[in-house]
Design a protein around this ligand. Structure first.
Ligand SMILES: [Fe+2]
Ligand SMILES: [Fe+2]
Length: 298
């Protein structure tokens, strides 16, 4: 198959990036629907989650030891090697999503509301943050689908919360590269999560299909976020961003013991550095957004 897309690190000039913000704005409004500011939600996404909830699926065989999940999901208390793969997958997924939740809480409070947004970039960022809150709800639904209905979203340690509160206050020239690499890390992690869900839930076809359908809603948004956050960055910033992939992925994944136990971190780093959209399935490409300068026809 010929490559239809260029590397996410392909440089783009200012004019191209301006045009792509306009294009993303058109995409994001039809993608998520109307912003429901006080609910940190979007109409289409809210309806989608309600549909999933109205048609729940359950494990054929309930989790062997849900207490093992509840003992280890906020902080790993036991040797990860002593836990079964399903528990590790679920606690690891929660921990990844928890970081996302902490990051967006801080950013939502700091960023201008839609009514106060003065620029197109501010309006895009407001919708982006609302989508991130939708992701936390989707992760919560993934855990509920596995029978875990007592999950709480717990703040990080005080100093880590401070770091996440401080982060959105940095000047955008400093913030743009880390914010982009964080989105890229999300896509890399989710793309590695699909085959693990297939493996771990092989005996649970209904739950396996549902978990992947819920994850699709997150991944398709995150692919669009990768392009959108990349669009903030000039050619020098893109060189910096590529250099940040390895230290960022390493630091973040090392903080979640399940990730080292379940995934190939060097492979995830390589996938981040080489990301170019070509590996993505058609059904995701059809629903997401990719900058024009990453498309081979342009
Ligand atoms: Fe997200
Ligand atoms: Fe995102």
């Amino acid at each position: 198959m010929s490559a239809n897309y260029h590397s996410i690190f392909t440089p783009a000039n200012y004019q191209q990036r301006l045009e792509n913000f306009d294009d993303y704005w058109v995409f994001t409004q039809q993608h998520g629907g109307e912003l429901l500011e006080s609910d940190k939600d979007l109409t289409k996404k809210k309806a989608l989650l309600a549909d999933f909830k109205a048609n729940p699926v359950q494990l054929r065989t309930p989790l062997k030891d849900p207490d093992a999940f509840y003992r280890n999901y906020v902080e790993m208390q036991e040797d990860p090697k002593s836990l079964d793969k399903m528990t590790l997958l679920l606690t690891g997924m929660y921990k990844f999503a928890r970081h996302e939740w902490v990051g967006i809480k801080g950013a939502w409070e700091f960023a201008p509301s839609m009514a106060d947004a003065n620029s197109l970039e501010d309006r895009i960022s407001r919708i982006h943050l609302a989508e991130e809150f939708c992701h936390v709800r989707l992760f919560d639904e993934m855990l509920k689908t596995c029978g875990l209905d007592k999950v709480e979203w717990v703040p990080l340690s005080p100093w880590k919360e401070k770091v996440y509160e401080f982060f959105p206050k940095l000047p955008s020239i400093i913030l743009n590269s880390p914010a982009f690499v964080t989105e890229l890390m999300g896509v890399t992690f989710y793309l590695h999560l699909y085959p693990l869900i297939d493996e771990v839930f092989a005996e649970e076809p209904e739950v396996c299909t549902r978990l992947k359908a819920l994850l699709d809603e997150i991944t398709i948004d995150e692919i669009a976020h990768v392009g959108q956050r990349r669009n903030f960055i000039n050619p020098i910033g893109m060189k910096v961003s590529k250099k940040l992939v390895k230290p960022f992925y390493t630091m973040f994944f090392n903080d979640i013991p399940e990730i080292g136990a379940l995934f190939n971190i060097p492979q995830m780093i390589a996938d981040g550095q080489n990301f170019d959209f070509n590996q993505l399935p058609e059904y995701m490409l059809a629903r997401t957004w990719i900058p024009s300068y990453c498309q081979a026809a342009n």
